[in-house]
Design a protein around this ligand. Structure first.
Ligand code: HEC
Length: 108
């Protein structure tokens, strides 16, 4: 009995350690990104396949942004953080930008 408990202990520790890994909590979440896009961006952009037309015809659909060869999280952060004339100033955290980028990349 005691012997088998000793054998299980390292396995339990490993499991506990993997559950506590910090990068799990920080990993970009495209589901959250989608929620942000629908809340903050769909006012002007086509943010997903269900949305048929862009409310603002100057705003590029997210699917076409996703297909740009140079698109990634860093680029999106730059685009969102640098204010441009027609876009309201949005305050997004780095984590939210990562989530958004992860979501936009699912539209490719
Ligand atoms: C009030 C309207 C509006 C909202 C809301 C809005 N955008 Fe935009 N966005 C625009 C317009 C218009 C353009 C194109 C004009 C331009 O490039 O200057 C644009 C362009 C962009 C571009 C491409 C920029 C480039 O240089 O090609 C990205 C990326 C972008 N928006 C991301 C977002 C994200 C992410 C959100 C939500 C967090 C958002 N936008 C919300 C109007 C909006």
């Amino acid at each position: 009995m005691l012997e088998s408990a000793r054998k299980l202990l390292p396995i339990c520790l490993l499991l506990a350690a993997s559950l506590l890994m910090p990068q799990r909590a920080l990993a970009a979440d495209s589901g959250r990104g989608r929620a942000i896009a629908e809340r903050w961006c769909s006012e002007c952009h086509v943010v997903g396949p269900e949305q048929k037309s862009a409310p603002n015809d100057q705003a590029p659909p997210f699917a076409s942004i996703a297909r740009r060869p140079d698109f990634d999280e860093a680029r999106l952060a730059l685009l969102v953080l640098s204010p441009h004339p027609n876009m309201p100033k949005l305050v997004l955290s780095r984590l939210e930008v990562a989530d958004l980028a992860a979501y936009i990349l699912t539209l490719k």
